[in-house]
Design a binder for this molecule. Sequence first.
Ligand code: UDX
Length: 439
Amino acid sequence: MAMIAYKCPQYKVTLVDINPSRIAQWNSDVLPIYEPGLDEIVKKTRDRNLFFSIEIEKGIKEADIIFVSVNTPTKTFGAGAGMAADLQYWEKTARQIQSHAESNCIIVEKSTLPVKTALAMERILTSNANAIHFDILSNPEFLAEGTAIENLENPDRVLIGSRETPSGLRARNDLVEIYANWVPRKRIITSNIWSSELSKLVANAFLAQRISSINSISALCEKTEANITEVSTAVAMDSRIGDKFLNASVGFGGSCFKKDILNLVYLCRYYGLQEVADYWEGVVKINDYQKERFVLNMLTAMFNTLAGKKICLFGFAFKADTGDTRESPAIFISRQLIEEKAELVISDPKALDNAKKDLEGLNGKISYIVDPYEASYGCDAIAVMTEWETYRQLDYKKIFKSMTKLAFIFDGRNILDHDKLFEIGFNVFPIGKPPQTHF
Ligand code: UDX
């Protein structure tokens, strides 16, 4: 919404939320999320044509177009628990819009939703016999965290789905016109509303599938003498395959991949497509397996006991350039290490506040230190969880000197110079490559 306000000064954009402290943060100098470039855009537009408010009813009354971006987490109760999307917030919002709207209105689904949600929303919105007409559009968001501003400014595509009725098509055009203020028209694609809803789930499933594919091969590399970086380079040079999203890692995280795949799996099961559901569920299973394997590798390498050993995690965010830790592999790995009675020191440039919340109540010794030198001081091992650029640049000689020997490094992102670390004296365990040890 900040990008729309920035690119289209002729529109007034108002953001409303039920949470007053969130809105207060958006109106303050310290925004509630860290995203490179966002501060500048909010500063330029706030109180010009971008407003943050808790006056939801007023916002609904005044709007010609309402973007609904409420959360749709995985359901934790009842039918579909652990898989289906929890649509209670979406439904509440639809009912709120229905009670307060005073004129015809376009409703845009911005949240990621299961296919056919628009139909349910349409039913709720038209259930009152008032004369107000609502058109529902699906406009999924494909931005990735850490590069959100870049992705919004220069998107690969903008997808807008609508009913193919005259008023649906008119509404669709209205939204196309907004994006056309800065996105080339050939990148704005339109479709029927169900294709649009499904495309978002499928795009995320395909991206996650690439990571699980390469991660599954990393396990095979570790059993043979193959090297995952060499394999992925060779595979990626086939122009039909390409080189994106082929970095083997400790596993994917983030608020979308797992949730959206499970959602897709649930939909397939719902429609009786067992084989299709099992196929996609495999992507999540491999991701869990990769995280489990990582901890097991640590345990085996460190002589089958981690009890009392001090382990430093480099990074806690689910990826670099964000403070977000949702579904971060570091959460699972920390829990497992604590189970093994290891002592943890967690380091991250942006995610320590979230890390503290994620590990709250965990029964073990954990400290949180931003500075990586201080964090790794006296540790038996370092495990790289997040591909922060800063971890590539450190003085590892200095770090080695300060650590308990034998010093181990487990590079869960394959971002470090493994030969150099080995020369310094570390015992090095990358993903999908032969370990280098001095014993
Ligand atoms: C993702 C989609 O990319 C985006 O289009 C969608 O709108 C939301 O979900 P995001 O969750 O922000 O975005 O992160 P993304 O960059 O896709 O990374 C997801 C996870 O995969 C991270 O944990 C990342 O570290 C990991 N990853 C990514 C790998 O392990 N290997 C790779 O090669 C790429």
